[in-house]
Design a binder for this molecule. Structure first.
Ligand SMILES: Nc1ncnc2c1ncn2[C@@H]1O[C@H](COP(=O)(O)OP(=O)(O)OP(=O)(O)O)[C@@H](O)[C@H]1O
Length: 471
């Protein structure tokens, strides 16, 4: 039977991940319950509704965030979640900031199973369980020109906001406009060692290409002899992961709000033939108003029809990925199902304390036990998303993402207003805006190796599309 320690653990993408809270890089934990399923109308979460007007919602949210701040009670008693009932599963800025400066004006499962298609149509059909999907019409993207504009001395590096498999993300302040940004620093040696060169290069390329209210903005990239640097917006509200673990599970409307914003982001990405492939609460950040920003495009890939790479985070992998079959955008809809399940229950449906292999076994068995507190509409959607049968999985059918958006669970969502962030979020993070307030992020031991080193670069050939910045 799992211990409750699982409730706090972040998932690693492979066995060498540094996200285990008990590891030397463990963040310092804190505990209070901003949103709990048992909250009443007078507190946050429980009062959230898609139909409230923006102004009234703002008042409620603000009040909610005050009440949250006032309440520093430790996480609600674990009994309320009753993990023993599910022992085998328990796991347990509306606008983009201005650009930083313009001078002239998870590890991965160790198996990487690459099989090359011989007949695209046949493979497409196979990956869709017999349904031939028309490739999405790409949304004409105007890639933002970001290359080569920034250098390390443009920024003052501050504390670490998060760590990943190949490096860390820092809060930084621009010396030119004094605004705060986040810089992801990836160690080239680690990227090469873990055979993630292509994924890392893809991540930059994808992020330069996308522009969406619920996706992180990448402003620029550069490198030195040891590291790659990505300058992004600083998303102040912390990870949805932290909010979820503190809250244990979200009330139905709260889960729906976050799921709806993710759905819009997936709809956009898929329209550009981009599969995200790493959906999980750790990669969903909250902006200062409580809206989501999807970060970490380390596994995003531009795929017109299908691909075969085994990557992602075990709990969230679709069966067709585990079984090394060709797959397509359908994997993101499966992961959306896992995400919604985790938000509503506080644990993932296939979680197993043993090992990723046990999780994979459970995924392939495909049996999901739905707790009785899940709303019937939510359960119906989950059953249609967490289905191994690709001819039945919602999002993968002829209606595409619209089928998901039109599902009864999302009935009260006004998608156009949501897209414009015209619906207030259920939880407003208690941050002081624009001053580099990183209080919502766990603390990590800082990097000891200096950034901006010059000298020999044995990895220069791997990262040629990136400006080489000598400080
Ligand atoms: N733009 C941002 N603003 C604020 N915090 C951020 C930002 N980007 C990332 N972070 C923090 O840093 C953490 C690690 O970032 P990210 O997931 O991109 O790194 P990674 O090396 O790809 O991690 P992993 O190996 O787990 O995938 C995030 O979970 C988040 O807490």
């Amino acid at each position: 039977m799992p211990t409750l320690g699982f409730l706090k653990k972040k998932r690693t993408k492979d066995s060498t991940g540094s996200r285990d809270l008990d590891s030397p890089t463990s963040p310092v934990k804190d505990a209070h319950s901003p949103i709990t399923p048992t909250l009443t109308k007078s507190t946050t979460g429980g009062s959230f509704s898609f139909n409230q007007s923006k102004s009234s919602a703002t008042q409620e949210s603000t009040a909610a965030s005050h009440s949250t701040q006032a309440s520093t009670a430790p996480s609600k008693t674990v009994d309320s979640m009753n993990p023993s009932a599910y022992p085998q599963q328990a796991y347990a800025t509306p606008q983009a900031s201005p650009e930083p400066y313009q001078p002239s004006s998870h590890n991965v499962p160790s198996i990487q199973n690459m099989i090359h298609p011989t007949n695209a149509q046949e493979q497409n059909k196979a990956a869709n369980g017999g349904v031939v999907q028309q490739p999405a019409q790409p949304v004409p993207a105007t890639p933002r020109v970001t290359k080569g504009k920034y250098t390390l001395p443009d920024f003052q590096i501050q504390r670490t906001l998060g760590t990943g498999s190949f490096g860390r993300v820092h809060l930084v302040q621009s010396k030119h406009n004094q605004r705060f940004y986040a810089i992801k620093v990836l160690k080239k040696a680690q990227v090469v060692k873990m055979k993630q060169v292509e994924h890392t290069n893809d991540e930059r390329r994808m992020l330069q290409q996308v522009k969406h209210p619920f996706l992180i903005t990448l402003w620029g990239t550069f490198q030195d002899s040891k590291n790659l640097y990505m300058v992004m917006d600083f998303v102040e509200g912390g990870e949805l992961f932290s909010l979820l673990r503190k809250s244990q599970r979200f009330p139905n409307p709260v889960a729906k709000f976050y799921a709806a914003e993710v759905t819009l982001a997936l709809d956009y990405l898929h329209a550009q033939n981009i599969i995200y492939r790493d959906l999980k609460p750790e990669n969903l950040l909250l902006d200062r108003h409580g809206h989501l920003k999807i970060t970490d495009f380390g596994f995003a890939k531009e795929v017109p029809d299908i691909t075969w790479t085994l990557c992602g985070t075990p709990d969230y992998l679709a069966p067709e990925v585990v079984a090394s079959k060709g797959y397509n955008k359908s994997v993101d809809w499966w992961s959306l199902g896992i995400l919604i399940f985790e938000m509503l229950c506080g644990f993932t449906p296939f979680w197993d304390g043993g090992s990723p292999m046990k999780i994979y076994e459970n995924i392939l068995k495909g049996r999901v036990k739905y707790p009785p507190y899940i709303h019937p509409d939510a359960q119906d959607l989950l059953q249609k998303l967490i289905t191994p049968d690709l001819t039945k999985r919602l999002g993968n059918l002829h209606g595409g993402s619209k089928d998901v958006m039109n599902h009864p669970w999302f009935a009260e969502v006004t998608w156009e207003r949501l897209q414009k962030k015209d619906i207030d979020a259920p939880y407003v993070p208690p941050v002081r805006a624009g001053v580099g307030d990183a209080s919502q992020f766990d603390k990590y031991p800082e990097e000891t190796e200096a950034y901006g080193q010059t000298g020999d670069d044995p990895y220069v050939k791997f990262f040629t599309n990136l400006k080489h910045q000598l400080t």
